[in-house]
Design a protein around this ligand. Structure first.
Ligand SMILES: Cc1cc2nc3c(=O)[nH]c(=O)nc-3n(C[C@H](O)[C@H](O)[C@H](O)COP(=O)(O)O)c2cc1C
Length: 212
């Protein structure tokens, strides 16, 4: 079987962090989330550990409670970062923070949250191999999930700000203490599907062949 590269490349190149273009009024069927999770768990894990769990929150009260933690935990971080980006004339990052502030204020309106979790908690002095193995056993699957969403007309943003209130959020949805939340993905259908490539520095500047 040969892949249609025009399709797979487009998927890889245009899966953006979607915030303001999330359709807050369209319901997301549970089957679609399940379908995307079935694809996500094909991702690699260290030692084939597969110690992931996924919490899907579509209950309005719980989303409200989690969104309140997300908002209050980040305080003025986003507004300050947006201001700093604007001051240094970085238009792309200013737009990112504008979107992030909007998401923070509207998170409770997004129909589904998905919180990827992995079993284990790194000790404070964890060596790089422990950290890479732990986070590396859940982030690839998280990205696969986002790609699967995009290919079905849905979108999301990988967010981590709620982790400033990790314990409080764990209590709201009953996450056991030995599971680490790694992100919160607000999921919805997108308004239109015409997302674009982002500006990135040339790969030649950040690629090193045989020697740094
Ligand atoms: C590890 C990580 C943490 C992130 N945390 C947040 C977050 O807390 N809130 C948010 O709105 N976006 C968050 N983002 C999304 C980034 O802002 C976004 O991916 C980046 O601006 C690039 O945009 P693009 O994904 O459309 O290329 C996060 C992304 C990553 C990879």
């Amino acid at each position: 079987m040969e892949f249609d590269l025009s399709m797979t490349d487009e998927l890889l190149a245009t899966t953006r962090a979607v915030r303001k273009r999330l359709d807050l009024d369209r319901q997301v069927p549970r089957e679609v989330i399940n379908e995307c999770l079935e694809l996500a768990v094909q991702a690699p894990t260290a030692s084939n550990s597969q110690t992931w769990h996924w919490i899907v929150v579509d209950d309005a009260q719980k989303r409200e409670a989690i969104a309140a933690q997300y908002r209050s935990g980040q305080g003025a971080i986003l507004a300050e970062a947006k201001e700093a980006a604007a001051q240094r004339g970085d238009a792309q990052t200013t737009r990112v923070y504008e979107g992030a502030v909007w998401l923070s204020e509207n998170l409770h309106r997004v129909p589904v949250f998905v919180i990827p979790c992995v079993q284990g908690r790194p000790p404070e002095d964890a060596p790089p191999i422990v950290l890479s193995s732990l986070y590396g056993s859940i982030m690839p699957a998280t990205w696969s999930f986002q790609l699967a969403l995009r290919s079905r007309g849905l979108g999301s943003t990988l967010t981590t700000l709620h982790l400033l209130r990790e314990r409080e959020v764990a209590e709201i949805i009953g996450i056991p203490g030995d599971f680490l939340q790694v992100a919160l993905l607000p999921v919805a259908y997108t308004k239109g599907t015409d997302f674009k490539r982002a500006a990135r520095p040339p790969v030649s500047k950040i690629t090193h062949w045989n020697d740094w």
